[in-house]
Design a protein around this ligand. Sequence first.
Ligand SMILES: *Cc1c(COP(=O)(O)O)cnc(C)c1O
Length: 408
Amino acid sequence: MSKQILLSTPHMGDRELEFVKEAFDTNWIAPVGPHVDAFEQEFCEVTGAGYAAALSSGTAALHLALQLIGVDCGDEVFCSTLTFAASANPIAYLGAKPVFIDSDRTSWNMNPELLEEALKKRDRIGKLPSAVVLVHLYGQSADIEPILKACNQYEIPLIEDAAEALGATYKGDSPGTFGRIGIYSFNGNKIITSSGGGMLVSDDSELVTKARFLATQARDPAPHYQHSQIGYNYRLSNVLAGIGRGQLRVLSERVAARRRNFEIYSSALSHLPGIEFMPEAAFGISTHWLTCLTIDPKAFGADREQVRLALAEQQIESRPVWKPLHQQPVFADCETIGGAVADDLFAHGLCLPSGSNLTNEDLDRVISGITAVHEQSQPLQNLRKNSLKLLFLCVLCVFAVNHSIFCA
Ligand SMILES: *Cc1c(COP(=O)(O)O)cnc(C)c1O
């Protein structure tokens, strides 16, 4: 049986273990220590962020971001609809309510025009949201400038969920560093991983200091344990920060490898009828964290699920594009602005195996798997090809029989 090909798996470099060993040798086995500090500093250098707080997950980072901005019970927060649930769950942790905004076709990310219109309408009725959570999907930045402009116009803080977009650019800079706060994730399936972890960044040093305070149980400066606020246990372990430091050193290689996957897939498959790859928007460089495509079943001859199941049969893991949050049962009573684009991307979209450690052989297996589904789904064409052969044979027979009669 052939080896299983997974969607996106961890890919260690050669320094991670050294940093982990250093943590053991110095006994810094705690959610504090020199690797945590260095990881934050190095992360700022790589992304251009002002300040950073290393946390236990991207979800934790988003939770703190919303709290730091002052999102409160009963508030509304605008959020991209085409994303993972973790983009909106922290809104609910605070008792606030998400309002989902549809994607545009060029980036698959939040549609700036829809956001502008929605904010204008809300301003007129005096019901502006307390924050906007902008997601940068599958390694591609959203169109940040018009979104930031609309947020600034109504003085609404922008939080960027860049969990999937570390290493990408928007007009030369890192998505995640434009808004009031940005968050990143180092979960096992992301472009780099610390086995689990996240980062909160901001150009406001006070906000980041406050994030560290809240992340360590909100302990007031006193020799005894004193608390004037509810805190959390959200700091990143020094051991895991060591893994993160090693991974940060190979980030650009990981981006290059994932972009290469995309190039190989698209040059081998984009000529197939009904296949369209997630477009790369002109304003930046996508990491192609995951290579995604849409399948038009009429043109291709099979739908997304048929392709996914055919690949699964060959031990190849692929996944539907995120189910929009406005379609999730848990968010059924939330307002949605638009939604048809995200619905369509979910109905037809497939994420292919995209790890930076895939071999050419792996990529070939995925490509042949998809090509085979297309070929097998063309019975009419096959029949036509075969009927031509049959016709040719008949003509040949008739000719041979006639010939033998005449010769006899
Ligand atoms: C992975 C992810 C998160 C959550 O990050 P964790 O570190 O897994 O908590 C949030 N938002 C998006 C878009 C993600 O892909």
